[in-house]
Design a protein around this ligand. Structure first.
Ligand code: MF3
Ligand code: CO
Ligand code: CO
Length: 271
């Protein structure tokens, strides 16, 4: 059992949440995950990413939640939609999806003050062999990271698990963006790196809440941000993929708050 001290923090400034707080995170995480389930059938060639965002914005309201991204540092949309060589923070717009496009949709909602943040990959139309492997490796990399989550392990163990797996597949891990603590705030300490040395970084403790959200490129890891100040793309124009879960550290592992209610987390088969 955890203590009942309010707002307990580690020396690294990482908040330790209480047992009762897991329920709040579950509720928020499930709303975000349900929205990502709902949008799947709409991801088809010919649809614009702005149209997808509009559906998402309506769902956020329908489910009694609030968008965490609308108004966040000037961002004006209910989702980030990152297509092909866009690494993250793609802005929904009038451009339409083409057959074979791969995209990440990232949604963060607030329910009763708790934040649920999750993203996953989708395909418009037919998936090619090469992109299927990128998506599979990125998905599995997230779960390698989650498997490293338990009290006594370190954040470096999470990053190491992800990086070593991805690089063994001859793909690269993006360094310029990371996961983050969340809970009753959107972005809190620590930075959750998706690369690193085993045993380095803060020690994981029961009651920590954070995201793991690896971005994996088929080419080199370097990124650049476009003139809109949001859209991050691969410098070499290679394809990029990302999956994100919000999780809590339990006595012996991880509690995944953002599991798909319909088993649609992976785009090509249930998981
Ligand atoms: N949801 C993103 C994350 O995983 C943050 C998006 S911020 C926005 O941390 F303003 F771009 F929406
Ligand atoms: Co996040
Ligand atoms: Co996110």
């Amino acid at each position: 059992m955890l203590g009942d001290k309010k707002e307990q923090k580690t020396k690294d400034g990482i908040r330790i949440y209480q047992d009762a707080d897991f329920a709040g995170m579950h509720k928020a995480g499930q709303v975000a995950a349900r929205i990502l389930d709902d949008i799947a059938e709409h991801v088809v060639p010919g649809v614009s990413t702005a149209a997808l965002d509009k559906i998402i914005e309506d769902k956020v309201t329908d489910y009694g939640s609030t968008s965490a991204t609308i108004g966040y540092r000037g961002y004006q949309h209910a989702s980030c939609i990152s297509v092909n060589h866009v690494v993250c923070h793609g802005i929904p717009g009038e451009k339409t999806l083409k057959d074979g496009d791969i995209l990440n949709i990232d949604v963060t909602v607030i329910v009763d003050g708790w934040f649920g943040d999750t993203s996953r990959m989708y395909v418009a139309g037919k998936l090619s062999r090469k992109t299927e492997r990128l998506i599979q490796v990125t998905h599995d990399a997230l779960f390698k990271g989650i498997e490293a989550v338990k009290p006594g392990n370190t954040f470096g163990d999470i990053g190491h698990a992800i990086q070593s797996y991805v690089e063994a597949q001859r793909m690269s891990v993006v360094r310029d963006f990371c996961g983050h603590g969340l809970g009753q705030v959107f972005h809190a300490p620590p930075n959750v790196l998706h690369y690193g040395k085993a045993g380095s970084g803060p020690v994981l403790e029961e009651g920590m809440f954070f995201t793991i959200e690896p971005m994996v490129n088929l080419g080199r890891p370097e990124t650049k941000v476009l003139a809109d100040d949001w859209t991050a793309v691969t410098r070499d124009k290679s394809l990029s993929a990302q999956f994100e879960h919000s999780i809590g550290v339990t006595a012996d592992g991880a509690d995944i708050f953002t599991l798909s209610p319909s088993g649609l987390f992976h785009p090509t088969y249930a998981s």
